[in-house]
Design a protein around this ligand. Structure first.
Ligand SMILES: [Zn+2]
Length: 128
């Protein structure tokens, strides 16, 4: 039976599910981790026209995250810069400053402390 790749939209896990063609047609896959049915077929990376979701997916790919050393501010800075480039969005002056400081080796904690307004936005870094 063929194996399909899905992304759980709730817990963001990558799922490899082996389904028969009939199952694939009829059944909505259920995430084995959080029992969510909010599961989307993963678009192959060779797709030429990538949707915004797919681009983010390939960016947040498990291998990219595994390669990210959370203890290394420079690696985090490079990752964030790459992320903003791939998204094609200007994420603002503060984001640029954070990336610059990370790349110069400053710890995320120190940056967060010196930029109190940023604290909320940086909360998500724990999810990386
Ligand atoms: Zn899930």
């Amino acid at each position: 039976m063929p194996t399909y790749e899905f992304r759980c939209q709730d817990c963001r896990r990558l799922l490899r599910l082996t389904l028969s063609f009939a199952e694939y047609d009829e059944a909505a896959p259920v995430c084995p981790h959080c029992q969510s049915r909010n599961v989307k077929r993963r678009i192959g990376r060779i797709a030429i026209a990538k949707s915004e979701d797919a681009r983010l997916d390939s960016l947040m790919d498990d291998s990219a995250l595994a390669a990210l050393d959370e203890e290394d501010p420079k690696a985090i800075g490079r990752f964030m810069r790459k992320m903003s480039r791939e998204m094609g969005e200007d994420l603002g002056d503060e984001f640029g400053e954070v990336v610059d400081r990370l790349e110069s080796g400053e710890s995320p904690d120190a940056i967060e402390k010196s930029m109190p307004d940023l604290a909320d936005g940086m909360g998500g870094m724990d999810d990386f």
